[in-house]
Design a protein around this ligand. Structure first.
Ligand code: BES
Ligand code: ZN
Ligand code: ZN
Length: 503
């Protein structure tokens, strides 16, 4: 993935690239310098081709642009409908318009586009520019690494946008800062998608480790990678147990951003299961290939760390990714086996496919012990049950801190990744009591998402903690223009926004 260049300009009428784009509401009011655009809009409206409704687009070519000979090859209008009072809905509408622009740009194989941004009714340039650019950049995503052009008659695949010019009458510092934020968030979301798109043999625990080492080299982060023998010394029976059926070496990857004057410490833990076959409790074959996405929590945490390293908040941020695959080799863990987690809690493994909680338990207990964080968030594609509960439209959140739930809800709404809280009370904790060990890794079919969280809760003690179950939102997400088919990168931008709200 090569990063799209971002440039600012004030005068769109001099732009000579592929497409110049105007974002218009229904019944737009035009500034006098947009007189020509206004007359084009009226013509289009008169013939019923474009009214500025949400999701509408129209492309105009050369000789329709008589007043601007030598201007861009094409002009595009994109409608955003009526301005919505709800900020969450409005931001996502603009982000989706951005995604639509990227899709239209792909149709004409555009490399350079200009986005003309102006105030729209109560919306100011700053309210529009950030989600718009984020939507364009996120929508302009494709994973071509493994595509080869074998047939000579085939065209080279379109590689996406090279440069996006942003054109606004007042390019203030505040606007530029918001555009930088959008660029960074989108870039990190796309990095998470790249990791997730890699197959199980292209993204292993060692790949998480080398990516983290690279990040640490480029920024002021420190990186520690625990391997199998470290895990044995530390007594991490969860990750060791899950990995014992595989030839692939497990890693526990830690990145630490520790500024001099940190006001708080924030720990984030992401499930980095690079392939989940289910182990001895083998999954059905159909659709099993999607289990390469079982590392999406780890991808979100790792890529969010890049944004942290660039933005340098005055909060210490530690990222931990327990990473292994879950295979059914001869040495694999078996139903009924009892493991001992870091810290000493014992667990009866009822189902080897409920492995995410086993690796997260060690990582949470270790992270809390070692870094004494003020806040902990974990992200995981943890349960199929969350898809039954919430479908693909909300990430499930469970936690012991109303404050953190509120923070993550705001962050999720702001970036278009909404979350929905589920309860965690005594009755659910009872479901995971074991007859032979402290706990068991499955609490029956009812409330599978909550009992999984009850398991994790055992390892966080009193530390304010949130668990995000992204099994429904990490891929096959709600149809959105800025989320192409495949992994969504969900969680990355929520984490970045959450840390911004702490910093
Ligand atoms: N990685 C899966 C959860 C999952 C399922 C994610 C479908 C995305 C789509 C997890 O490790 C798992 O297999 N969980 C089991 C738990 C069960 C055995 C208690 C599940 O949800 O079926
Ligand atoms: Zn599983
Ligand atoms: Zn899993």
């Amino acid at each position: 993935m090569s990063a799209t260049k971002l440039e600012y300009s004030k005068d769109w009428s001099k732009f000579k690239g592929d497409v110049v784009v105007f974002i218009l509401p229904e019944q737009p009011v035009f500034e006098s310098k947009f007189k020509y655009i206004s007359s084009v809009f009226e013509d289009l409206k008169a013939v019923g081709d474009f009214q500025g409704k949400d999701g509408e687009t129209v492309v105009l070519y050369g000789n329709q642009l008589v007043d601007f000979p030598g201007l861009a090859k094409r002009m595009m209008f994109v409608g955003i409908g009526k301005v919505d009072e709800d900020d969450t809905i409005q931001r996502d509408k603009i982000r989706q318009a951005g995604g639509l622009i990227a899709r239209q740009a792909a149709k004409v194989k555009a490399k350079e586009i200009t986005l003309v941004v102006q105030d729209i009714e109560t919306l100011k340039i700053v309210d529009i520019a950030e989600p718009l650019l984020e939507g364009v950049l996120l929508g302009d995503y494709r994973f071509l690494k493994y595509k080869t052009v074998t047939d000579e008659t085939e065209d080279e695949p379109y590689q996406g946008l090279e440069t996006v010019f942003l054109c606004a009458s007042s390019m203030t510092k505040v606007v530029k800062k918001s555009l930088d934020r959008a660029r960074l968030s989108a870039e990190c979301g796309k990095i998470a998608r790249d990791m997730a798109n890699e197959p199980g043999n292209g993204w292993t625990p060692s790949h998480f480790a080398s990516y983290a080492k690279e990040l640490a080299k480029s920024y002021s982060l420190s990186c520690t990678v625990l391997d199998k023998k470290d895990m044995v010394k530390l007594g991490m029976g969860g990750i060791l147990g899950v990995s014992q059926g595989s030839k692939e070496a497990p890693k526990l990857v830690i990145l630490d951003y520790s500024p001099k004057k940190a006001r708080k410490t924030f720990l984030m833990v992401g499930k980095g299961l690079t392939f989940d076959s289910g182990g001895v409790s083998l999954k059905p074959g159909s659709g099993m290939e999607d289990m390469k996405y079982d590392m999406c929590g780890g991808a979100a945490v790792m890529s969010a760390m890049k944004a942290v390293a660039e933005e340098q908040p005055d909060v210490r941020v530690v990222a931990i990714i327990p990473s292994t695959d879950n295979m059914a080799g001869g040495g694999a863990i078996k139903p009924g086996d009892i493991i001992t987690h870091y810290g000493g809690i014992t667990s009866e493994v009822i189902n080897t496919d409920a492995e995410g909680r086993l690796i997260l338990a060690d990582a949470l207990a270790y992270g809390i012990d070692k870094y004494t964080p003020d806040y902990v968030v974990d992200l995981a594609t943890l349960t199929g049950a969350v898809i039954i509960a919430l479908g693909h439209h909300h990430t499930g959140v469970i936690g012991n801190s109303d404050y953190l739930v509120d923070l993550v809800s705001r962050a999720g709404n702001k970036v278009g990744e909404p979350v929905w809280r589920l309860p965690l009370t005594e009755e659910y904790r009872k479901q995971i009591k074991s007859d032979v060990a402290d706990i068991k890794n499955v609490g029956g079919r009812p409330a599978g998402t909550i009992t999984a969280a009850a398991y994790l809760e055992k390892f966080v003690g009193k530390t304010p903690w949130l668990h995000l179950d992204i099994a429904g939102t990490a891929w096959n997400f709600t149809e959105k223009n800025y989320i192409p088919k495949g992994p969504s990168g969900t969680g990355t931008r929520t984490l970045i926004e959450l840390i911004r709200s702490l910093g």
